[in-house]
Design a protein around this ligand. Sequence first.
Ligand SMILES: NC(=O)c1ccc[n+]([C@@H]2O[C@H](COP(=O)([O-])OP(=O)(O)OC[C@H]3O[C@@H](n4cnc5c(N)ncnc54)[C@H](OP(=O)(O)O)[C@@H]3O)[C@@H](O)[C@H]2O)c1
Length: 358
Amino acid sequence: MSSSQIPVAVLGATGSVGQRFVSLLDQHPWFKVVALAASDRSAGQKYSLATRWILDTPMPDYAKDMVIVPADIESVKAKIVFSALHTEIANELELQFAIAGMAVCSNASSHRRGEDVPLLLPEINADHIHLVKTQRRNKGWSGCILTNPNCTSTGLTIALKALDDAFGVKGVFAVSLQALSGAGYPGVPSLDIMDNIIPNVANGGEEEKVEWEPRKMLGRFIEREAPGTRIELADIRFSVHTNRVPVIDGHTVCASVELARPADPEAAEAILRAYAAPESARELPSSPRPVIEVRDEPDRPQPRLDRFTGKGMTTVVGRVRRDPILDLKFVVLSHNTIRGAAGGSIYNAELLVRENLL
Ligand SMILES: NC(=O)c1ccc[n+]([C@@H]2O[C@H](COP(=O)([O-])OP(=O)(O)OC[C@H]3O[C@@H](n4cnc5c(N)ncnc54)[C@H](OP(=O)(O)O)[C@@H]3O)[C@@H](O)[C@H]2O)c1
């Protein structure tokens, strides 16, 4: 490890999101993986033996011979800990890592609603990262917890941000078509999902997340001396249906929006195309290039063709058109384990480093 590299660890490294971390952190210019952690089932084994590798790129060489360690603060010594743990495990464990002084970049929903916990998509709300100062003061720890949103909220919220800045968004009606990798590994039994659509994701709770999380991310960052910074939730109404579909990677969302100011589809498309991240979130190693790509074809975006746009970090929008009931409708696609999970968490960590908050 070069002296300038920051030691990082992955918790839940053998799972669907964990494997993305392992892959995306290969040759990362700033971060060096020093520990891969998982459950007792895997701890003590070489990563290559314990992991059923499901990505279509090879397992990176650096990871193959690493011995998996238990996910606890005695076994994991790093500055940044990427958490790909399930919520019930993440709840308590992530707190322990933050108390021990590590920066936890989490994919779990456990702490997303915390008033002093940033829920981040740097290309839209990079300023929210400054909540960690309030978090450290409130909790008295030197570490911190940063979260990224549910993978279905991700692409939808990025598109909404561009429209909200330009026209004001008042209401959203959305239907998701979510990929199988979003259910983790081994995930949904093949006899349940082949030839089928399941209109109940993660046994409930998913719709409530997608109806609430965008309001926090599109909310206003309020800076005060005391009691500290906070987020004022955006005043936007959401109604969301979530569905699991037989696609491997890439969540699609069909959305209709009610706007405060009228916009024709051409103007909305131009706004989406021109959307740029805040200055502090640009030119980081994982910054999406571009943030949003708008497809002109009438039958795009499609998960199989478009999910790797911008190395899986770009949000792809298409079919922007007039909505006869609300104002506009469109389709948005986002890679769920890259932009919606591991890539997003790494982007958050890069912002933390750039802002000197590590
Ligand atoms: N998949 C997505 O698209 C996506 C997107 C956004 C957020 N998320 C969130 O990311 C998290 C991980 O999801 P996933 O889809 O990657 O799940 P997954 O494929 O089921 O992987 C779970 C990981 O957690 C480990 N684990 C299980 N029990 C543990 C324990 N007691 N202590 C330590 N490690 C333990 C597993 O290790 P073993 O192999 O040893 O059992 C495995 O590495 C979840 O909170 C999920 O909601 C997922």
